[in-house]
Write a protein that binds this ligand. Structure first.
Ligand code: COA
Length: 750
């Protein structure tokens, strides 16, 4: 199979390869060419995809008279260019178009030569005429991509691949016609195609099969699972055999082409990871070959025999899980156990659910416990007064206020109500923004391309946001926003904005842009707008209206947040944490008399579990207590004397001289560039004196850092390097003799 039939000899006609960088560059270059044309020529190019806009005409694209010269024939240009992948031929795309091109635009009234149309050129391209340059360029990109796929389908040997290319090409052409972003609506179904996905199943696998292991080994298995997922993601599927009747594989292959392979070079399509959209069926198909390949890479990660054994265990168990009919990891409802070392952070789900219910009911009771809710709802819920939009949310819940999206239209009947509301809102805006010309406000509010989110109270608009959506550009411009004077600072502005955010998330737009004047910047900041713009300029320049003296601000929306509920959710979360702490505190309320043994002067140390109350702190988690106890079997005093002994011996060794004090800039001016965490024996002595080394691990880390720093900065042939090795060996010996700690010396280089 070929990508775009370039470099045929290298790729071979039926040999799928990973897409090469130079091929992507070539596509990029190809896309660049039509963008260099004059605007009218761009419109000519796109006209072939532009259906006739006249009522009842079914014509799907402009067709010139056969004898007329054309601006360019896109398909042939791409064919020419793609048949040879070199810069000279690639520019044939533009040269050939120039050779055939007309030097002036098509007259607007020239009729389309399709017999069932015959309507004027202008009737086809009116939408392109209104489009900005950025939008035209985006459509030209899609046009080139559609042609690349079309060309490839013509030279593709494998029928299934050919069909997918044709399908995607047609799909892209449709998106040019409708001027909408290509959102894959595929006959083969929508992703995820299987549940659980490979990603979910591998997570289940790591949790279910290995949670009995200790933390270190579990983390190793978890790393293996991640690495295996990457291997699956980059795996190239084999082309099905021409005569293959394996329907399952054919379907998988076509889906993989559409979502995981073609989008790598056809950027208008959304690229997905196979592990996020496929499940067991897919993994079964590729498991033997992926594993063969991945195993050798994974073995390189194994530093010990134990890790090699773990890798074998991982692969054996995964194979069983993939083939077993009773495997739990592929069960949709499966809820695997969490390893015990994570348990301290978790609350039982049932407890959590009952807590949430309790908090919600309590809030309801507070809200409903009489009084005039609407005159001052916030005062009824004192602990919630920090949430600015809370009162507005409650008012909405009780039907006191409503939110409606309204707007003018040229081609559908508008409710009389909507007109009255639009009129009232433009009055509010004019009042609140006195420096804005009233006619200008009226024009935009009533412009059919603009929409208004109206806030209605007692059947009367008290504010609104006028906005314009640019779905193709992925953003919406907030044009005006106002709340009538006597209703301001009650949280309506915030709740209105939250509604607008939720509305846009539903419509897959995740960016707001607005020009805010100096008075409004504060408000917008509080609604999560910032002056840092993350959208690329070509996405919004030429679209959004530019206001002099105002600051452009952006708000990025997060799809998994329901903004109108956000403060309420945060409130519940805070309340849960508060109650859990209270719970814990009530269990620990008991006061102990305190330690008297030291006052009496008999003891210098006592075992940790003899301190009253300590064991109770670890109630229900005796493992953690055992761990703490094991980590602290010795007192700081006894550790100090052992470490001080070792440090003195190390300092007096003949190889210690390079490490006695910090490396100075005079000795090594570039030292800091390479060594981010310097360490030396003098610093270690100071740390020891200040009782910094509360356990031996900290001491060993610092000492090893001295040697590792030295070896990374110096050449192996230097005396410094050799001294580091000698002193490190000596240190390990003394550590074993004096402190009883054994360390593997394999890190020492010779
Ligand atoms: N500057 C700084 N902060 C402001 C502000 C401003 N101009 N207007 C409101 N805020 C603050 C509020 O004090 C509140 O802060 P808090 O939560 O810390 O208490 C927060 O922003 C939101 O207040 P809220 O009650 O939800 O907003 P609102 O109902 O008062 O409406 C406006 C806010 C901006 C719509 C309203 O003040 C207004 O109509 N202003 C005039 C028109 C305007 O400037 N529009 C914006 C540009 S088009």
């Amino acid at each position: 199979m070929s990508l775009i039939n370039i470099d045929q000899k290298k790729m071979g006609p039926n040999h799928m390869q990973r897409i090469q960088k130079h091929q992507l560059q070539w596509i990029h270059q190809l896309k660049q060419e039509p963008k260099n044309l004059e605007r009218w020529a761009k419109i000519e190019l796109l006209s072939q995809f532009s259906e006739c806009k006249l009522d009842q005409c079914k014509c799907e694209g402009w067709l010139r008279k056969p004898n007329a010269t054309t601006t360019t024939t896109t398909a042939s240009s791409i064919n020419n260019a793609s048949s040879n992948n070199n810069a000279g031929r690639s520019s044939a795309f533009i040269n050939s178009s120039n050779a055939n091109s007309i030097t002036r635009p098509t007259p607007p009234d020239e009729p389309c030569s399709r017999t069932d149309c015959n309507h004027a050129f202008e009737d086809h391209v009116v939408n392109y005429i209104q489009a900005t340059d950025v939008e035209l360029n985006r459509l030209l990109d899609i046009m080139v991509e559609a042609e690349i796929l079309n060309t490839n389908s013509g030279i593709e040997d494998h029928e299934g691949t050919r069909v997918v290319y044709q399908y995607l090409s047609k799909f892209l052409r449709n998106s040019i016609t409708t001027m909408t972003p290509p959102t894959m609506d595929i006959k083969l179904g929508s992703p995820p195609f299987e549940r659980p996905t490979i990603h979910q199943a591998l997570t289940n696998f790591a949790l279910h099969n290995f949670s009995h292991k200790n933390e270190e080994e579990w983390r190793f298995m978890h790393e293996l699972a991640k690495s295996f997922l990457t291997a699956v993601n980059i795996w190239m599927l084999d082309i099905p055999k021409q005569s293959s009747t394996d329907r399952e594989y054919n379907v998988i292959y076509s889906r993989w082409l559409c979502f995981c392979y073609v989008p790598v070079f056809i950027e208008s399509l959304t690229l997905k990871d196979p592990t996020q959209i496929f499940g067991r069926m897919y993994l079964k198909q590729i498991f033997p070959s992926v594993t063969n390949n991945w195993q050798s890479t994974a073995e390189k990660r194994c530093q010990t025999e134990r890790q090699k054994a773990l890798l074998n265990e991982f692969l054996q168990q995964l194979k069983i899980e993939i083939n077993s009919n009773d495997s739990l990891i592929w069960a949709t409802e499966f809820d695997p156990p969490i390893p015990s070392f994570f348990n301290t952070c978790l609350i039982e789900e049932t407890k959590l659910k009952s807590l949430i219910k309790e908090i919600k009911e309590e809030r309801e009771r507070q809200v409903n416990k009489g009084g005039d809710l609407f005159s001052d709802p916030v005062s009824l819920i004192p602990e919630m007064s920090s949430a600015r939009d809370e009162s507005a949310r409650i008012e909405e819940k009780h039907g006191k206020i409503e939110f409606h999206i309204i707007g003018n239209s040229m081609n559908r009947r508008i409710d009389k109500h909507d007109y009255l509301w639009l009129n009232a809102i433009q009055n509010v805006i004019s009042h609140q923004l006195p420096r804005m010309p009233k006619e200008y406000i009226t024009r935009l509010v009533f412009d059919p391309k603009h929409r208004t989110l109206a806030l209605i109270k007692n059947n009367r608009p008290i504010g609104g946001i006028c906005f314009r959506m640019f779905p193709t550009q992925g953003f919406t411009e907030i044009v005006f926003l106002a709340i009538t004077s006597n209703e301001q600072v009650k949280g309506y502005g915030t709740h209105l904005m939250n509604h607008l955010k939720d509305y846009h998330i539903k419509h897959n737009i995740y960016h707001f842009l607005t020009y805010a004047d100096e008075y409004a910047i504060g408000y917008f900041r509080k609604q999560a707008f910032t002056p840092e713009i993350t959208l690329r300029e070509e996405q919004y320049l030429g679209y959004i209206k530019d206001y002099e003296g105002a600051t452009l601000m952006e708000c990025k929306l997060t799809p998994n947040i329901v903004h109108t509920q956000l403060t309420s959710v945060i409130h519940i979360q805070k309340e849960i944490v508060k109650r859990l702490i209270q719970d814990k505190q009530s269990q620990m309320r008991r006061q102990y008399s305190g330690l008297t043994c030291f006052k009496q002067g008999h003891d210098r140390q006592i075992p940790i579990d003899q301190i009253e109350g300590i064991i109770e702190c670890y109630k229900g988690n005796s493992d953690s207590f055992r761990q703490v106890k094991e980590e602290n079997p010795e007192t700081v005093d006894s550790i100090y004397s052992q470490l001080s002994n070792i440090l003195n011996l190390v300092k007096s060794h003949s190889a210690a001289w390079p490490f006695l004090k910090p490396v100075s800039p005079a000795e090594a001016p570039d030292y800091q560039e390479y060594i981010k965490h310097p360490m030396d024996l003098k610093t270690m002595s100071e740390r020891l004196k200040s009782r910094y080394y509360v356990n031996k691990r900290l001491f060993i880390i610092d000492m090893k850092r001295i040697f590792n720093n030295c070896r990374s900065y110096n050449n192996p042939e230097t005396e410094y390097y050799r001294n580091a090795n000698t002193l490190e060996r000596y240190f390990f010996t003394k550590l074993r003799e004096i402190a009883g700690v054994r360390i593997q010396t394999c890190s020492t280089r010779t």
